[in-house]
Design a protein around this ligand. Structure first.
Ligand SMILES: Cc1ncc(COP(=O)(O)O)c(C=O)c1O
Length: 474
């Protein structure tokens, strides 16, 4: 264990045993260094580990504070094996239900578009729209625009990941990348491994391809349950894992580097491939973005997928896959389905990234998301019923709200929809029927009166539902 991990572990124990109360300030970096005898940088790393685990949060220039000092996550489920997944029609109806512009978009998977549509990027698009050569498709057909792939590869290299431009394939968003990867690696009836609470796109892909799914539980402290992971690899003929380890959707945790290293070792030992869904890594508020699994993988077992949808808008429809030896297979599938991504958008992205506008945009975006989410958290921490727990992580724009154990979040969703308020109920993310007491809330909006009224309505609705579920229990 690194020194910083040791220190983080000790502080974590103190938080769990109630040494510090909710929202109480932790010792400053300097004070903690004096108290513990570790260097400032070790203390900073330890605080960042605790931040990524959702145990503490940083406030601008003021220091680090404790998130709600209750147990962090329930250990909800055991390993499970499911055949015949059926979720597609549920997701379809849900997405349709929240689409209307009258519905407040707290159920949306995408950040507030006002934060994403960057003016400079729009100018570059307009400039390219006037140049005929920007439409020429031949340079932008699979595997995609060379300069764009080079810029993406450089971003990996800067993180210490080995990456060649030829390993990158541009796709029509991350969902396309993830689906192409799964299609290239599996056949109907194969076993795949998922976390028990995941982005619905993973369940949808499993249903579409006729795959059997083994799930591992969400770990109460670490997010990822490495013991259950090894047990699942031992017990089932898993071919591929589809995992989200950074800023996990919907829960929000980021898995530590030491667990990521163990995952990489196990992938090699059991000869299993990993499709990594890493669409939110840029939205981690810390100084360093979390490392992708490709950093730890020495044996080309990881196919890493990401996108510009969460940073420049879903309309961009540009994603990519770091596909290594599967680049050809992915392109074959692409040429039979989505073909190429808009050359115009690819060309504008090249200019946007190569002039460093993107970094500036990301800094601004993270700052806003951090501010907006904090306001939602502060309000809800004060107004939600006592038996609710908010899972708060210093990244992204979702809050994962745990309601009283028998509360049905789908009923809350249905009731709020009648009041034009959208939320995402847990039935979209986990199959287990008896634990549907969670809500994902998109908090990427600047607080105003309309939002406050909507959050009041949410709290009232949860209160009523919690009360009726405890009544049913009795
Ligand atoms: C976790 C996760 N993965 C993948 C996607 C798909 O992203 P894209 O719009 O780039 O296809 C989303 C979008 O909601 C997501 O939340």
């Amino acid at each position: 264990m690194f020194k910083s991990e040791k220190l983080a572990h000790s502080i974590e124990q103190l938080i769990k045993h109630g040494q510090w109360k909710t929202h109480e300030k932790l010792p400053s970096l300097r004070e903690q260094a004096q108290l513990s005898g570790y260097s400032l940088i070790t203390v900073l790393n330890a605080y960042q580990i605790l931040e990524a685990k959702g145990l503490i949060y940083a406030k601008d220039k003021s220091g680090y504070y404790v998130v709600k000092a209750k147990s962090i996550l329930q250990h909800p489920l055991e390993m499970q094996h499911s055949k015949n997944i059926q979720i597609n029609s549920k997701v379809f109806h849900y997405l349709k239900s929240i689409q209307h512009s009258d519905i407040l978009p707290f159920g949306s998977a995408f950040p507030n578009p006002e934060l994403l549509y960057n003016q400079k990027f729009m100018q570059l698009l307009a400039q390219h729209a006037k140049r005929k050569h920007s439409y020429l498709n031949s340079d932008n057909m699979p595997p995609g625009n060379f300069a764009l792939r080079q810029l993406i590869a450089n971003r990996y290299i800067l993180q210490g990941v080995q990456c060649d431009t030829d390993d990158i394939v541009i796709t029509s968003g991350a969902l396309n990348a993830l689906n192409l990867a799964l299609e290239a690696l599996t056949q109907s009836g194969d076993f795949i491994l998922l976390q028990d609470t995941v982005f619905y796109g993973a369940w949808q892909a499993a249903e579409r391809l006729g795959l059997e799914v083994v799930t591992i539980p969400t770990h109460p402290d670490h997010g990822f349950d490495i013991v259950a992971f090894e047990q699942a690899l031992k017990q089932y003929p898993i071919k591929v894992c589809w995992l989200m380890l950074n800023v996990q959707n919907p829960v929000g945790y980021t898995v530590s580097n030491s667990i990521k290293q163990k995952i990489a070792n196990l992938l090699h030992e059991y000869q299993v491939y990993l499709i990594e869904d890493d669409v939110y890594a840029e939205l981690s508020y810390g100084k360093h973005k979390p490392l992708p699994m490709t950093y730890f993988d020495q044996h080309q077992r990881v196919l890493h997928c990401s996108t510009f949808s969460k940073t420049l808008g879903m309309g961009t429809r540009v994603g990519w896959i770091h596909a290594h030896q599967f680049s050809d297979a992915i392109q074959h599938l692409q040429l039979m389905s989505t073909v190429s991504v808009s050359p115009l958008v690819q060309n504008a992205l090249v200019d946007f990234l190569s002039h460093h506008y993107y970094e500036k945009h990301l800094r601004h975006l993270r700052q806003r998301l951090a501010q907006y989410k904090q306001v939602f958290y502060d309000y809800l921490a004060q107004h939600l019923p006592e038996d609710c727990h908010i899972h708060f992580f210093t990244s992204g724009y979702f809050l994962w709200i745990e309601l009283a154990p028998n509360c049905d979040s789908f009923k809350i969703y249905e009731s709020l929809l009648k009041q034009n308020i959208g939320i995402a109920p847990s039935v979209l993310f986990r199959l287990e029927k008896n634990t549907q007491n969670y809500i994902r809330l998109n908090c990427s909006f600047e607080w105003n009166d309309t939002i406050e009224v909507a959050m009041q309505q949410l709290c009232v609705c949860i209160q009523q539902q919690n009360a009726s579920s405890s009544f049913t229990l009795n």
